[in-house]
Ligand binder design. Structure first.
Ligand code: NAD
Length: 481
């Protein structure tokens, strides 16, 4: 077991007050290490480091930044085992999900490196004959990235690499459940040549160091991936100093199964949407709406698939998913299952703890269509299946949510598939598959309470850059006085 520091100005440093907190392996309960417990003094050190880092980073030719980000991607791959093992242990990820995260992290770094070359600007036609007008894009300065526990490597990477590519310096505040993997990522990128101060990590708790960072007048932008409740709090703080904000928040995502679909195939696809990482995915297919008359047949096929999932050693390739992150998460899932049962739903399979913090894959048929099990994020391996009489009613139900993150539509009928894609009010709709999809170039984000702004590719770059209008007088313009 080892102590981890914050990562400030290119090296690990203990908290200013010397305090630490443990990071646990959710699968075993073992303490993996102690992380520095950040407070205002550490926030000040990180902000000061980030500004020094920024001055240097922004002055580099863009192609130099591109080269360094590409080296970072190579070094993530070169440190595959180091990152993979810590990720499995600290986040309780099954090996197949953890492998995807490490490789995807290298991939987002390469896409961000490519964006460096695409920070195009404009020249504008003018009303005044002697004026030349240009619009240039400049980094906002220092960007804070506050990340969640569920995909703690790739989601942090996604939040930092695009702002970095655009010339910003970043400070990360990872989840208190998964602080160590963030420090490891910073070290791997620093070893690849990322200059001191460009990527800093302050570990600790939201109220103790996250909020002071979000409030800090010298932090210019905030990216949060987390719950809607946290998004509201950070939004209230960050707007006081007019920070750029990009919030990727919760979801209760619909998966529509139209009646032209083969039911067994639909159930196989839905199982991936609902049970990957034990449902601890913001885009999880949590509400499954099945067009009549296939509701029960589909629900039974999904229950059969769910009951067959292997829940075992995290390093076994056959293991579908591992534990939930902590006891509070298990309690919430149990509360939602009981609410469904009390509302008259049938539990077709699961409904209980499997072992430790691992919850059984659970399929619930005909849940009440209001209350916590239907309206709130469960963030556990629970699929709520409902039969709906018509396509129009499916669209109406899909839109009855405060959230609007992602949706899936299972059909072979392109017209109905694309109609659903246009009419469902959410940030992404995936026709022919489930709701949990990602792509480093795609704009990820949501409508309504699922957030503000989009991350990924050029969309992140646009978000974390300022537009500046520069004009040049090329001749004498008549003066009014
Ligand atoms: P969370 O909101 O509890 O915590 C997220 C981060 O915010 C953590 O680093 C936490 O320390 C910090 N935080 C909490 N309170 C804070 C405060 N007052 N000030 C500053 N920082 C604060 O979320 P979580 O439980 O770690 O993650 C799960 C949530 O994240 C789910 O709601 C899920 O849907 C969401 N999520 C969204 C996306 C997306 O792309 N939309 C992706 C993954 C996860």
């Amino acid at each position: 077991m080892k102590n981890y520091g914050h990562f400030i100005h290119g090296r690990e440093v203990p908290a200013a007050n010397g305090e630490t907190f443990p990071s646990y392996a959710p699968m075993t309960g073992e303490i993996l290490g102690h992380a520095a417990r950040g407070t205002e003094a550490d926030v000040e050190a990180a902000v000061s480091s980030a500004w020094k880092g920024y001055e240097h980073w922004v002055s580099l030719p863009p192609y130099e930044r591109e080269k360094i980000l590409l080296k970072c991607a190579d070094n993530v791959e070169a440190n595959y085992d180091r990152l993979l093992n810590l990720l499995i242990d600290e986040s309780g990820s099954a090996v197949m999900k953890a492998k995807y995260e490490v490789l995807y992290t290298a991939s987002v770094l390469r896409v961000a490196a490519g964006e460096v070359r695409r920070m195009y600007a404009d020249t504008l036609p003018n009303e005044k004959p002697h004026r030349m007008s240009m619009v240039v894009r400049e980094p906002v300065g220092v960007v804070l990235a506050i990340s969640p526990f569920n995909a703690p490597l790739v989601l942090l990477a996604k939040m930092i690499v695009f702002p970095l590519g655009a010339g910003n310096a970043v400070i990360a505040k990872p989840s208190e459940e998964t602080p160590l993997i963030a420090v490891e990522l910073a070290k791997v990128m620093h070893e690849a040549g990322l200059p001191d101060g460009v990527f800093n990590v302050v570990t600790g708790f939201g109220a103790e160091c996250g909020a002071p960072l979000a409030k800090h007048p010298k932090v210019n932008g905030v990216a949060l991936t987390g719950s809607t409740a946290t998004g509201v709090k950070i939004g209230e703080i960050a707007i006081q100093s007019m920070k750029r904000m990009q919030l990727e928040l919760g979801g209760k995502n619909p998966l529509l199964v139209l009646n032209d679909m083969d039911v067994t195939k639909a159930a196989e696809i839905a199982a991936v949407g609902a049970f990957t990482h034990g449902g601890q995915i913001c885009m999880s297919s949590a509400r499954i709406l099945v067009e009549a008359p296939n509701g029960r047949t589909f629900a039974e096929a999904l229950a059969k698939k769910a009951a067959s999932l292997h829940l075992g050693d995290l390093r076994d390739e056959k293991t579908a998913y591992g534990p939930l992150i902590n006891r509070r998460a298990i309690d919430k899932v149990i509360r939602h299952v009981l609410a469904a049962k009390d509302g008259g739903a049938e539990i077709l399979t699961g409904g209980n703890v499997h072992k430790g913090l691992v919850f059984q894959p659970t399929v619930i048929y005909n849940p009440p269509m209001s209350g916590p099990c239907w309206d709130e994020e469960t963030f556990g391996p629970v699929a709520m299946v409902t039969e709906v009489p018509s396509f129009e009613e499916m669209l109406a139900i899909a839109n009855e949510s405060d959230y609007g993150l992602s949706a899936g539509v299972l059909t072979n009928d392109l017209v109905r598939g694309m109609t659903a894609a246009r009419r469902i009010r959410c940030g992404s709709v995936h026709v022919g598959t489930h709701s949990f999809q990602s792509d480093p170039m795609a704009p990820i984000g949501g409508y309504g309470m699922s957030g503000i702004g989009r991350s990924g590719g050029k969309y992140s770059v646009e978000h974390f850059t300022e537009l500046k209008w520069i004009s040049l007088e090329l001749g004498e313009t008549p003066r009014p006085f």
